[in-house]
Design a protein. Structure first.
Length: 728
């Protein structure tokens, strides 16, 4: 495969530099002409570099670009990175990249696309973290990144970089109001004296009116309340030594992203009357038990940077804790037949040490060591309702997983010819996992009546992974690269209930050929990559009567083309665009779970999951084609500037499960914003709208046995917000 990629790159480079073919021009300084595209600086390789000089597929956006493209949360990020999907499910971000991801949000599981904040790995990210006003930029790295980052991954990773405080007194903020009685407020303050500077970012979000209503209780459905604080303090101990202390806290209560009613096209059965329930309006439900996700999360980190004569030393120590409760009416009916109360706790302690070369070195290298202690538990899941036990009793599922992970990694890039460099990276990961669990019967919120047998199991995973890459600058504005890499995601134990059966690790071999180009005196930036990924033992979600679990398929393949870029076709107009075409199929999946509709009373789905072959079936959340385009047109006025920013995102059909039942059909999301900025720039006002065409679509689906059938989590309806921003 490496030979094929190399030959393809050589052929493509010849075409780009052949006589008579349009060539990129030598890049002028961005500051010399406001019509040209400015440089985008990223830290994808753990050093500051121009995006166009990084031989990786990276999409990056600073705070200004995120605002201009109407991105206010991590779920909106897909509208500017078509290869990315980051919907929220059960209060947790579920990231996918190029069809690679992990659909399980069960406690103890980690994402195949990890998320980092200021270099700190976060195993379970609350979606509201993205709301902070101190975000400096977001970088989306595609493909395995284990030779440069602490936690290994298969699909890629997302970096969120927050602003460093300065000594200059700074106060910024915003307040907004939108439909569904939605109030948003943000505040950022920064300042310092001498060698010490600090900042604080606060946010508040309250959606008081729901998207629909519950016909059983009369309550509103799909509401959300968030608040949070983030702070960072930097101490310059000397010219070569710096400490950075950061902390954050978020609290979210939300029913958004939770399944509450039948999926469109399915039939939900009435288990008492033995007839189907009538369909409800899209955002309504009929649950008798509250449906909510309540998450409180916080953490702290200490980073130490030391400049050395030959390189740079960095040490990051971090601790994080998440406590949440998931409330689900699992029979999705007006009756108290099956209700789940799932309190959980997740704590993580990480230590990362890196030693890297000087930025000026012709041979760039980095070596690192990473340790992660991850403790995840249900404390316990409590199942009530007459489907399980008599009224007044509960089934308690205790489950805990402790993972101690150790990894050493390194990467070096060195020139092998004029304008040609070779990258070699290696990693070794060892995970020791211990699982424990027990199933009891107790009085509701009371003492245990029947104690089950305590279970315990342990296992060990280890894997060597690598990266090999070759890149060449064909001209100042054309960079080509090929790479071959392997990523690894550790296995886990299922905890609902804990049986001692292990889910095997997921391993991905990834090949990529890419080009990064700029044209027409830097008025057009066009980056693209062909990718091919072979996944061994991909982890797949399976719904059980007691909760969600993971199983392994045998193998899968994802391949395709990923393109993004931006342009300044005329003065004051910026166009950002991207598209991803891919094929993501299970190559071998002999024991796939199938849920069949029940044509007889009590309807819904058949009472048992049937295993069958899903060879050739489409993988979840991996549409064949996705594209996006966003415009930002600036109109100078005597009193300031007016910005007009329409944006559109479109996806082809999305499949949720290997049985390919009830997919989300193709749909598009249209957004726009209008911003007035006065000449003094101390304030501006924005009118922003999302899903302006009112598309009805789902962000998740769960298949269940029994009358509950197949249920879905609807995406956001049309929303409009007026926001006032201010700054000193």
């Amino acid at each position: 495969m490496r030979t094929q990629l190399t030959l393809a790159l050589m052929a493509l480079s010849g075409a780009l530099t052949a006589p008579g073919i349009l060539r990129a021009q030598t890049a002028p300084a961005a500051a010399a002409d406001s019509d040209v595209l400015g440089d985008i600086v990223v830290t994808a390789q753990r050093r500051s570099e121009r995006l166009q000089d990084v031989p990786l597929a990276v999409s990056a956006f600073d705070a200004s670009a995120l605002t201009q493209t109407n991105v206010s949360g991590i779920t909106d990020l897909k509208t500017v990175v078509p290869a990315f999907s980051g919907d929220t499910e059960f209060g947790t971000v579920l990231p996918f990249l190029r069809g690679v991801g992990n659909p399980g949000v069960v406690v103890g599981n980690e994402s195949s696309v990890p998320i980092y904040v200021d270099g700190v790995y976060i195993s379970r990210l609350n979606s509201s973290f993205f709301e902070f006003s101190d975000i400096d930029r977001v970088e989306v790295l595609k493909g395995p990144q284990g030779t440069l980052f602490g936690r290994n991954s298969t699909g890629g990773l997302v970096q969120i970089i927050t602003r460093d405080p300065t000594n200059d007194p700074t106060i910024e903020g915003s307040i907004g109001y939108g439909n569904y009685q939605t109030t948003d407020a943000k505040l950022y303050a920064s300042g310092g004296q001498g060698p010490i500077a600090g900042n604080v970012a606060l946010y508040f979000h309250d959606q008081s009116e729901g998207w629909g209503r519950n016909i059983t209780t009369g309550n509103e459905t799909y509401k959300e309340h968030d608040l949070g604080a983030h702070t960072k303090w930097i101490f310059h101990a000397s010219d070569s030594s710096t400490f950075a202390l950061a902390g954050d806290f978020t609290s979210t209560t939300s029913s958004i992203g939770l399944v509450q009613d039948e999926y469109a096209g399915s039939v939900q059965g009435n288990p008492i009357a033995g007839v189907p329930f009538p369909s409800l309006p899209f955002y309504d439900s009929r649950d008798a038990y509250p449906t909510n996700s309540i998450v409180h999360a916080g953490g702290t980190s200490l980073r130490y940077d030391q400049d050395l004569s030959f390189g740079h030393l960095r040490d990051i120590t971090a601790y994080r804790e998440t406590r949440g409760t998931l409330l689900i009416d699992a029979d999705f009916s007006p009756y108290l037949l099956y209700d789940a109360d799932e309190p959980y706790q997740v704590s993580q302690l990480s230590q990362e040490l890196q030693l890297s070369s000087l930025d000026s070195s012709s041979i760039r290298w980095l070596v690192g060591f990473f340790y992660l202690h991850l403790n995840s538990a249900y404390v316990p899941t409590e199942l009530t309702g007459t489907d399980f036990v008599p009224v007044g009793l509960a089934v308690d599922l205790y489950g805990r997983e402790i993972d101690n992970s150790y990894a050493g990694y390194g990467q070096t890039t060195f020139p092998i010819a004029d304008q040609t460099s070779l990258t070699l990276g290696a990693r070794y990961t060892a995970d020791s996992v211990v699982g424990t669990g027990q199933t009891n019967v107790s009085e509701v919120n009371g003492p245990t009546v029947v104690s089950g047998t305590p279970l315990e199991a342990s296992t060990h995973f280890d894997k060597a992974t690598w990266r090999v890459g070759l890149d060449h600058h064909f001209s100042t504005d054309i960079l080509g690269y090929v790479s071959d890499s392997r990523g690894f995601k550790a296995g886990i134990y299922n905890l609902q209930p804990f049986t001692g059966q292990v889910v095997k690790p997921e391993v991905m071999d990834a090949g990529e050929i890419g080009l990064k180009t700029e044209w027409f005196d830097r008025r057009l930036r066009l980056n693209g990559a062909l990718f091919y990924n072979h996944i061994t033992d991909p982890q797949v979600e399976k719904d059980l009567p007691s909760g969600v679990s993971l199983i392994n398929a045998d193998s899968a393949v994802t391949k395709g083309l990923d393109v993004d870029g931006d342009a300044e076709p005329i003065r004051n107009l910026t166009v950002r665009y991207g598209f991803t075409w891919m094929s993501a199929l299970y190559k071998s999946f002999a024991n796939a779970p199938f849920y069949y509709s029940n044509p007889s009373p009590p309807y819904g789905n058949l009472p048992n999951v049937i295993s069958g072959s899903a060879d050739g079936a489409r993988m979840p959340r991996a549409p064949d084609f996705v594209f996006s385009v966003a415009l930002d047109y600036r109109i100078p006025l005597p009193s300031g500037e007016l910005e007009i920013g329409p944006n559109y995102w479109h996806t082809s059909t999305i499949y949720w499960t290997p049985d390919e039942v009830f997919p989300q059909r193709a749909y598009g999301l249209l957004g726009a914003q209008l911003t007035y900025k006065p000449a003094d720039r101390h304030w501006d006002v924005r009118l922003a709208g999302r899903n302006l065409i009112g598309a009805k679509y789902y962000t998740g689906m769960e298949e269940l046995t029994g009358p509950a059938g197949t249920v879905g989590a609807p995406g956001a309806p049309r929303t409009v917000t007026l926001t006032f921003d201010f700054r000193n």
